[in-house]
Design a protein around this ligand. Sequence first.
Ligand code: HEM
Length: 168
Amino acid sequence: MTPDDIQHVTRSFARAFAAKRDIAQRFYDSLFARAPHLRAIFPEEMGLQQEKLNGTLATLVREMHRAPILGETLDALARRHVYYEALPEHLPLIGDALVDALVAETPGGLSRAEEAAWRAAFAWISGIMAPAMADEFERREAARSAGVAPTLPPGAIVRDRQRAARGS
Ligand code: HEM
């Protein structure tokens, strides 16, 4: 991710922010159209989830120029996601759905350079999240093999639905 990419992402997000509700809605519609099986791991009522996604996107964009801080945020986000049944191979689906939503709903659309910058930013994000998820999977499996319940990462919300999906 280059300084130019950061500038393109920051500027286009400033335009997108006015349409953030439509973007979040379109993002999940696009994700579930691409991968209908993922609908079941999300809450039935998606309003709060959409707000959380918008909040996290805003933080990521705001801190994008401070890679070390963002790295910690993304590492923690990735570890929580292991307990939501998210897998590293889902990350490209999320990236595509996000770019789809931004292109469709950002006032004025995205220029080619802006779209490319979002893809570069998401590749960078995935490059941090995927290994953190893999590491957290290992930690969870090690705990299970030792016959103990894994300690959840701070902030992870584990619902009955997710417990049922994991069979625990
Ligand atoms: C850059 C990628 C992602 C971002 C920014 C993101 C953002 C978020 C945020 C902010 C939450 C709220 C809870 C929390 O912060 O722990 C959340 C929850 C969740 N995310 Fe993600 N997520 C990403 C990737 C994924 C992927 C790849 C999946 C799997 C397909 C996924 C599925 C979920 C699920 C199932 C929940 C829990 C919903 C609930 O039961 O409340 N996310 N995500």
